[in-house]
Design a protein around this ligand. Structure first.
Ligand code: 8YV
Length: 329
């Protein structure tokens, strides 16, 4: 009987479907995620790993799981998995693309609107009893319509953000590894620098990798307009948070809204939380009931296919595994 480890709580429907396959399913029910040592100990007999962003799935974990055939990641990003190690061991890695694009874009856009229209700070004035007499030049916000949005990384989520921006009559620029067909009227710009200089809002949607770690640092904030806002719903390490703190504090940029941070969870004492022009959400862009359920069911499909010896439907390293197999033969 194949064994599956699910590293966080899941929906009953997902657990039932896994068990209905006949597999032995262990679900990590603790409030805390398994530590790396816990994971190494828990994977000894497993064939399939249903993993989450909190799991560092490295060579040590893979070597502790000699029967492991598939790592099914709950999420679109799988930067927590050592892909070179998985490729070398012929372990299929799969993710949950597509189903979360619109929810993530909705949240990115909500953050943009919140920063521009001061939804993040004006309610506090009311709560604090500081809502004074009408002031025609007080409590001013920033327009969204007819402003320029720069999208960094025009994948599925980026293009959903572009679609929303079109509805707000924004001009949309994008910078991507490759030029795509004009997405919802978005204009390709060759360099990140140009995008940063021209945008009133910059929204990050590129995956985390060696090239994108620290992509937004002091030099990039200097290029941005002093009136511009940064939105990050991708991964925390894409932004140099110390440089961001300085840029927000000194007025180099107008504000930032982050769904993702370093570390996660971020403690209440973090310096970014002392700033009025910074809004931080606890990594919840895909966290709607409907979307999380779809992600869970996709993860189930991936893990069940993998333990049966089939390619998971949303496998991300099929070509790499096949190439390695050819090299070895
Ligand atoms: C997930 C995400 O909820 O898809 C992603 O890459 O960041 C989120 O949608 C997160 O990865 C939790 O596993």
């Amino acid at each position: 009987m194949p064994n599956i480890l699910v590293t966080r709580r899941t929906f009953p429907e997902a657990a039932e479907k896994l068990r209905a396959s006949g597999a032995e399913v262990v679900i990590w029910e603790d409030d805390d995620s398994p530590s790396h040592d816990d994971l190494v100990a828990a994977v000894a007999d497993i064939d399939g790993l249903y993993a989450h962003i909190t799991d560092v799935v490295d060579a040590e974990v893979m070597d502790a799981a000699p029967n492991l055939k598939v790592i099914a990641e709950f999420g679109a990003g799988y930067d927590n998995v050592d892909m070179a190690a998985a490729n070398a061991r012929g372990i299929a890695v799969a993710n949950t693309p597509g189903v979360l694009s619109e929810s993530t874009a909705d949240e990115a856009f909500a953050l943009l609107v919140a920063m521009a229209r001061r939804v993040h700070d004006l309610p506090q004035i009311v709560k604090d009893g500081k809502w004074g007499d009408f002031d025609p030049v007080g409590m001013l916000a920033t327009d969204i319509h007819h402003k320029t949005l720069g999208i960094v990384g025009m994948g599925r989520i980026g293009s959903e953000v572009a679609k929303r921006a079109a509805g707000f009559s924004m001009e949309v620029l994008y910078h991507n590894r490759s030029r795509r067909d004009e997405e919802f009227g978005a204009t390709y710009v060759d360099s990140l620098e140009e995008l940063l200089e021209r945008s009133d809002f910059v929204s990050l949607h590129n995956p985390l990798n060696a090239e994108t770690t620290g992509l937004m640092g002091a030099g990039q904030f200097k290029l941005m307009k002093k009136t511009a806002f940064l939105i990050n719903t991708t991964r925390g390490p894409v932004v140099d948070q110390e440089a961001l703190y300085d840029a927000l504090k000194s007025g180099e940029i107008a504000g930032a809204a982050l769904d993702v941070t370093v570390p996660e969870p971020m403690g209440p004492d973090h310096p970014l939380l002392t700033l009025d022009n910074c809004l931080i959400m606890p990594h919840v862009a895909s966290a709607t009931g409907d979307t999380r359920m779809k992600m869970a069911m996709m993860c189930v499909e991936n893990v069940l296919a993998g333990i049966a010896g089939d390619w998971p439907p949303y496998c991300v390293n099929r070509a790499e595994i096949a190439a390695n197999a050819r090299l070895k033969s």
